[in-house]
Design a protein around this ligand. Structure first.
Ligand code: AMP
Length: 432
């Protein structure tokens, strides 16, 4: 591998993409503020044990794991949830509930790189902890819808399911949790035949197999009709019926809230991470078949880390994929057009004045770059044009004697001599 190439699966973000990523991040932070989620920052490196504890096999096998110089088994975080669960089980354990926590940052998974799948990727993550109520699940759906809309995406829809339906059927057939996990993982990868084989081998009843087959066949459509069908299929499993009811309540709350997001209900929808216990969902746009974000309810994870029972629901939004989606839908960034100014000294003895003017402009919130290549004025103006600057401040000896400079509007190609004390005002109010 050449040392001048990025490592496979890793990317550089050049200014345009970096700007877009930060824009999406700023929208996520805005949503966090609007919904009352407090930001926390957790480490990229965590104990391997913590990260492996309840991640699905998919994620566990793809962790960047190593021994640090002190001999500790550690890993780069493949997701945020274990770090947050650790905090809630320890430092935050006596804080009043609910917790609304937000974090954003990079994550690492040794996935096979492809469009929208990288080994280093970015997420914004929202967790609502301490309640089992369906309005909490609805809130996570709502804020995800709001984020997708706030970056300008159109026709976003959610694929929704409830792992409780399948898991509770298996539990009532005596299938243990480990076996349930393998079934859920196969369902997640849409390897339905293999999932049915595992259930068969676990000595589940024919009724159970038939129910699974029917649920797998059920495809999305009008959500109340699909719900009715699911209810019919699982009517003999009381616990599973409770899960269906819970899902109905969540979706009704969400749709009644006024968030206009399409719902595709899928009875056989599972997600790779093992810790989900209830509603699960993913966000999509029609132009892409990879999820822009996903999450769900996980009521047992905090206990697993030794905390007290803390039901929770959360979501992770894939910022890289949201960026891809925006590019696919040709969404522009709504950025405030800031005026940019290039300051050009006409001779090297005047660079101190150029720096001084730049300092004054920046203090007033105006973006200012100083010509640092020692170019002649005509070349420097060409360069300023090429860089899309709005104004050039030309610092010349003659004008300086009058305590003035030449300010040139590069778009209109007009210029005036302006007194030092009026530079800010003339640029801000476009008075050239
Ligand atoms: P997960 O933590 O697997 O539930 O993923 C949540 C979201 O993170 C997904 O819906 C994707 O948008 C994003 N994501 C997960 N893995 C990757 C990856 N390898 N590359 C880019 N984005 C990813």
């Amino acid at each position: 591998m050449s040392p001048f190439q990025t490592v496979r699966g890793m990317r550089d973000f050049l200014p345009k993409e970096a700007n877009m990523m930060r824009y999406i991040e700023s929208k996520a932070r805005k949503i966090a503020g609007l919904y009352g989620y407090k930001e926390i920052i957790t480490p990229v490196v965590e104990s391997y044990k913590l990260l492996a504890a309840k991640a699905g096999e998919e994620v566990r096998l793809r962790m960047y794991t190593f021994k640090d110089l002190g001999g500790r088994m550690v890993a780069l975080r493949p997701e945020f949830t274990p770090s947050i669960a650790r905090l809630v089980a320890t430092t935050l354990k006596n804080e009043p509930k609910p917790f609304r926590l937000f974090c954003v940052g990079s994550l690492y998974r040794y996935d096979e790189p492809q469009q929208g799948r990288y080994r280093e990727f970015w997420q914004s993550n929202f967790e609502l902890m301490g309640t089992q109520k369906p309005e909490a699940d609805a809130e996570i759906l709502m804020l995800t819808g709001d984020l997708m809309k706030s970056v300008g995406l159109k026709n976003v829809f959610f694929k929704v399911g409830h792992v409780g339906v399948l898991r509770r059927i298996m539990a009532s057939e005596g299938i243990d949790e480990k076996m349930q996990n393998s079934v859920m993982q196969l369902m997640d990868k849409k390897q339905y035949q293999d999932a049915l084989e595992v259930i068969g081998k676990a000595k589940a009843s024919q009724k159970c197999l038939n129910t699974f087959k029917r649920l797998i066949k059920l495809k999305s459509g009008n959500f109340s009709e699909v719900l009715k069908k699911i209810r019919g299929h699982v009517k003999d499993y009381e616990e599973a019926l409770n899960a269906v009811e819970n899902l109905e309540e969540i979706l009704t709350l969400f749709l009644d809230s006024g968030c206009k997001i399409g719902i595709n209900l899928e009875a056989s929808f599972a997600r790779g991470l093992e810790y989900y216990t209830g509603m699960v969902f993913e966000a999509y746009i029609p132009e892409m078949d990879i999820a822009l974000g996903g999450g769900g309810r996980y009521d047992k994870l905090i206990e697993l880390f030794g905390g007290e029972s803390t039901p929770a629901v959360g979501v992770a939004h894939g910022l890289d994929r949201i960026m891809l989606a925006m590019q696919k839908q040709k969404v522009g960034l709504e950025l405030k057009a800031e005026k940019k100014v290039m300051i050009i000294p006409t001779k090297k003895e005047l660079k101190n004045v150029a720096l001084k003017i730049s300092h004054i402009l920046r203090k007033e919130g105006i973006t200012a770059e100083v010509e640092v290549m020692g170019r002649k004025v005509s070349k420097a103006l060409e360069d300023a044009d090429r860089r899309g600057m709005d104004y050039a401040v030309i610092v010349g000896e003659r004008e300086l004697k009058e305590n003035a400079v030449v300010v040139r509007d590069l778009k209109k190609r007009e210029q005036s001599t302006i007194k030092m004390e009026n530079i800010v005002n003339s640029i801000r109010n476009e008075l050239i």
